[in-house]
Design a protein around this ligand. Structure first.
Ligand code: DAH
Length: 338
């Protein structure tokens, strides 16, 4: 019996060495100390031993039981502690680490350019006005001296809502809305969305313009040229080639279109400038007396100039973008570049 206990002790110690998880230690407890555990069984059978053997074997068995209990408890406690430390380490936060940077959003390239244009004119003393995108035919055309059946209406590819209500094709109608309500002197710019039924690499059915006008006594074509040249120099740099071409708009007389050297091909010719080397970015002119009559200004007393800037065009030239549709596709790879 004594040898059996010695063997059993070796077995227990070997099992304890092998155990490496909490469930394994639990199993050992059941195996040796449980209700049907080996040590428990020996104790239960003590009665079968001779009276001389009984006290000694009983003591040895009890000692072994305590020893086994202690070593199993000790080792499993160590294991529990090690696992706890491991999980603390895993879950702990190093408060001294520097924070993760969140990516900052930024303005859409069209907004950036819009704000830049506004900024230049605000510094020149212009103020900002806005008007409706769903507009009456009267403001979009009639009051701007496009009578019904005027051929210049054809160029506007108008979206009609009803016969008299349309999506504005330009920001010029806001000239009328402002002048109807106020008296000169006026220096106003009108940023906004406009709509035309047209789509290709350089046309989008919705695009952005900034209208501008200056009205007072004795405003001349020299003022127009001075203000717009200054604007273009600020926008594209003082070395950019600019040309003024005679043109026609019903609401200005005389009228000009202003081109700048194509910034993508530097004048050599490409698909953005339709191989001409020049890109039109501004329409302008002296406000037609017919327009002043529509807003009840005396054309003998007041004069003024007006202009319309295409924001997509300017942005394409500034950032060398060769397809207007890229602005509206919301492709992050494209947008992240600005
Ligand atoms: N409204 C014109 C367009 O969209 C642009 C324009 C040309 C505006 C001449 C003006 C101007 O104010 O004087 O084509």
């Amino acid at each position: 019996m004594r040898e059996k206990l010695v063997e059993l002790e070796k077995l227990i110690l070997a099992d304890v060495e092998k155990a490496s998880t909490i469930p394994e230690f639990d199993n050992l407890r059941v195996k040796y100390l449980g209700r049907n555990g080996e040590l428990t069984n020996i104790l239960r059978e003590l009665g079968k031993l001779s009276p001389e053997e009984r006290p000694l074997i009983g003591k040895l068995t009890n000692d072994l039981k305590i020893k086994a209990q202690n070593i199993i408890d000790e080792r499993s406690a160590l294991l529990k502690e090690a696992e706890k430390q491991k999980s603390i380490k895993k879950e702990s936060i190093d408060v001294t680490l520097s924070g993760r940077k969140r990516p900052l959003g930024h303005l859409h390239p069209l907004s950036q350019v819009m704000y830049e244009v506004e900024d230049i004119f605000l510094k020149l003393g212009f103020e900002i006005a806005e008007g409706p995108e769903v507009e009456l035919d009267y403001y979009n055309f009639e009051a701007l001296n496009f009578p019904k059946d005027h051929p210049a209406r054809d160029m506007h590819d108008t979206f009609y809502i009803t016969e008299n209500i349309i999506l504005r094709t330009h920001t010029s109608p806001v000239q009328i809305r402002v002048m109807e309500n106020r008296k000169p002197p006026l220096q106003v710019i009108v940023p906004g969305r406009v709509y035309r039924c047209d789509a290709d690499v350089s046309h989008s059915p919705m695009f952005h313009q900034v209208e501008g006008f200056m009205v007072d006594k004795k405003i001349t074509f020299g003022d127009l040229k001075g203000v717009l040249s200054l604007f273009l120099r600020k926008m594209f740099g003082s070395k950019t080639k600019v040309r003024f071409r005679p043109s026609y708009f019903p609401f200005t007389e005389p009228s000009v279109e202003i081109d700048i050297e194509c910034q993508l091909c530097k004048g050599k010719g490409c698909r953005v400038c339709k191989e001409s080397g020049w890109v039109e970015i501004l329409g302008a002119g002296m406000i037609d007396p017919e327009v002043f009559k529509a807003v009840k200004y005396d054309p003998e007393k007041y004069s003024g100039f007006a202009f319309g800037i295409g924001i997509e065009r300017i942005t394409m030239l500034k950032f060398a973008i060769d397809d207007i549709r890229l602005f509206f596709e919301n492709n992050m790879l494209f947008l992240k570049q600005f």
